[in-house]
Every structure is written in C-alpha cells, then in structure tokens.
Design a binder for this molecule. Sequence first.
Ligand code: TYD
Ligand code: MG
Length: 461
Amino acid sequence: MVKLRLVHRCTECGAGHPKWAGRCPACGAWNSLVEEVDGPDEFATLAAGMALVPAGVAKPIGEIDANSATPCPTGIGELDRVLGGGFVPGSVTLLGGEPGIGKSTLLLQLLAGWAGRTLYVSAEESAQQVRLRAERLDAVRPDLWLLPETSLPNILAAIDELKPQLVVVDSIQTVADPDLSSAPGSVVQVRGCAHRLVQEAKRRTVSMVLVGHVTKDGGLAGPRVLEHLVDTVLSFEGERHHALRLLRASKHRFGPTNELGLFEMADAGLLPVPDPSQLFLADRRTGVPGSAVVPTIEGQRPLLVEVQALTNTSTSGVPPRRSAQGVDPGRLAMLLAVLERRARILVATHEVYASVVGGVKLTEPGVDLALCLAVVSAMTNRPLAADLVVCGEVGLAGELRQVAQTQRRLSEAARLGFGRAIVPASSPDSGAGIRVTRVSTLAEALSAAGLIGEAPTGPMP
Ligand code: TYD
Ligand code: MG
C-alpha cells in the first residue's frame, strides 16, 4: 500500500515543510504554504523526459551556431517590441496575469496570425468556447489547431502528431500528469508538467507559451515557481475596468527586459496602442490644482503621463493618511519629507493622496519632481501651467538630478503641444521646440512653476 504523507508546500518557492507556518522558512514569503499530498514520484516525469534528451557535447564557442537563436516575428508589433523581435525557436515563454485580463485573447490572436501550423491546448475552456471566441477575433484559420485537453501525455502525443511550430498551453495550472499523485494545480504537478514541457520544447525546437494565472490567495501554484524553468517571463497587467493593458518582460534570455507593450481591449480583441501619450492625456482637465505632466521613458518609448495629488488638512491626532497609486509609497514618503525639510512646505499635517492616471505604474526616478509639484499645487490650490511638463530626480538634500534621455522626453512633449519644461540644471541641451527652464533645487522648481514666491535658502531651523 502506498503511504500518503502531507506536506505544506510554498507556492512561491516550491519548498516542502512538514509543519504549517505563517511564513515559508525557505524563502520568507508570507501565507504561501498550502497543504499537499507528497507523492514519492515528483521526479518520475522529469526522469521520463530526461531519458529522451540527447547527451550534451562541449564545443569551442566559435563553432556554436548563433543563428538558431534568431527570433521569428509574431506579427503583433507590441508583442515583438517586448520580445525584442519575436519568439526564438525552442524557447519557452510564461505569460502571467490575473484571470480575465486578456491572456487567452492575446494568444489566440497570436496563433491566428502565425505563418505556420500552431496548436492551442485549451486546458480550461471547452472547444466550443474557444471556437466562439476565435470567431469574434476573426481567428478561425486552417493552420490553427485546437486541443481541449488537460492530460500531459495526451498533449505531448498531439504535439508529436501535428508537429506545430508554436504551441500555447492555456493554462499550465490546469494541466496534470496522471503519473504524479499530487492533485492538479498543486505545486508538484505544475512544476513537474512545466519542466517536462520545457524539455520537449527544446528537444523539438518548438516555441511554447505557457499561461499562468497569478492568484493572490495562493490557492493555485503561482507562476513564481516556474520562473527559473522558462526562458522568458511576460506579465500582462492592467485594471480590469480600464481598457488599457500593459505587457512587460520580467525575465528574457534573448533580449532586454525594459520594453513596454501597450494594448487596448476592444470588442474585437486586443488592439495595439500606437500613440500612448495621447491616450493617457485624453481625459486631462487643465487648470486644476494637483496635476502635473511628466515625460517618462519606458524602454525605448517616451510616454507622457499625468500625475495627480490631493491633500487635506488632517484634523485627527493620528498621523495623517498617505496613499500612493502607480508610484512607490516609500518614494512618496521620502519626497514629502524632502518637501518639508528642504523646501519648507509643511506637509506633516496633511493627508496626501497621489496617483498616476491611466493605471500605469511608474518606477523611474524622473517622476519625482512631478509628484512634488502635484502635491504642492494641491496644497496651495494653484494649478500648474497647462502647457508645462516637468521631470527630474529629487535627492535627499533637495537637489535635482538629471534623468536619462532628456532630449527624447522633451521632443515627445513638444510633439504633443507642450511649450514649457522644468528640468534639472545639469540636463543636456534639449534642442527640442520647447522652452526649457533649468533649476538646481526642488525649491527653485516650485518657484519657477509659480507655486511659491522666492525659493527659501538654507535648511529649516
Ligand atoms: P480572457 O482572454 O479570457 O482573459 P484571461 O485568459 O486572462 O483570463 O479575456 C477575458 C475578458 O476580455 C473578458 O472579460 C471579455 C474581454 N474581451 C473583450 O473585451 N473583447 C474581446 O474581443 C474578447 C475576446 C474578450
Ligand atoms: Mg484564459
């Protein structure tokens, strides 16, 4: 008789522990342990796959054929931008995102546009459901094959028979190997199946995309346990109630990871967003206090984004509330401290709410100055000029530091009709058709923007 043993497995790192704990002892993640039956055979699937892989042969590096790693364009420009050209044959990509964000839609569009034979393994939805969606997306093509299947051996058999160039498995969390005793969706199953699919993709030089749902409650093994197995990790983000979707690579073995792909969810599927700045500024109201426009850079692409702030005098005795959406709350706290100490703006008694319009997350320091100006504009109830953009990093001493690619940022602002910019004094010459004011401190920037009178000198008493 097989003796079953319970383990508590971490959905973040995959480590198994005999006892439950609030925090995984291996990786330190909180609330990530789930109860699982520990099978004796987690590696049986891997061993079966290993037996098929030919032994590696060492060669001088000059004799290695680099051309086999040339990406094939996908036909979806925004996806190619993020992938650095397309899919490399034999590579495995993990596409993560919350349920309902549009992963299946994007992949069906991808397969429909691919020049060779493709296979869509639907492990979640019935063939009818996928067919209906394909009709809506105009993706009913003779070269697109559909397999509603959750069993790993059957999926591999279908790949053997059809010999597709590109395979999508939607989703990896619902695929299971009957040889493993753990339940479908468990860490052991997800990791075992993904490992086996990666081996098969390499062996046959088939490109593969695995879909992984990101769930916050840890009920399903998250894509995190798969990240080191695959070549590329893409995440599809956005707010479900907004049409905008952002595609980013957090790991990419064949190119850079800083490019951003932008899509809009429409009735006929995902459409590329060729002019994102226009989209982000579409609903902007000028002449309102608490709003600043910043030209940021995402990868190679300049983006104009509106940053907003709202402040309220706090009457309760407790520390006033601070809330940040789309920017790091720690960064906001630091900027408020710099405003107080270096520019003598008394924010300590104010509640501060800051947000980036359009559901984007801004992580680059170039947004610092815009955040500070938006906060002070809200506090003083003075709007910034409608045609003004600002960018720059704010240091702890209240000094402004230049950020990369000022010229491209300012040309994008000029293209969209902005006529004035406030930038750090050390920024290189812009040459763009925009009037540039150079300032060296945060206080000078506040003064140049007309929010305060003369910039105060010296530190606070
Ligand atoms: P879906 O691709 O099923 O998401 P995921 O695979 O990430 O779970 O997309 C689901 C949402 O997208 C659903 O709420 C309906 C919407 N949608 C459109 O708005 N337009 C479309 O053409 C399609 C196919 C879906
Ligand atoms: Mg789906």
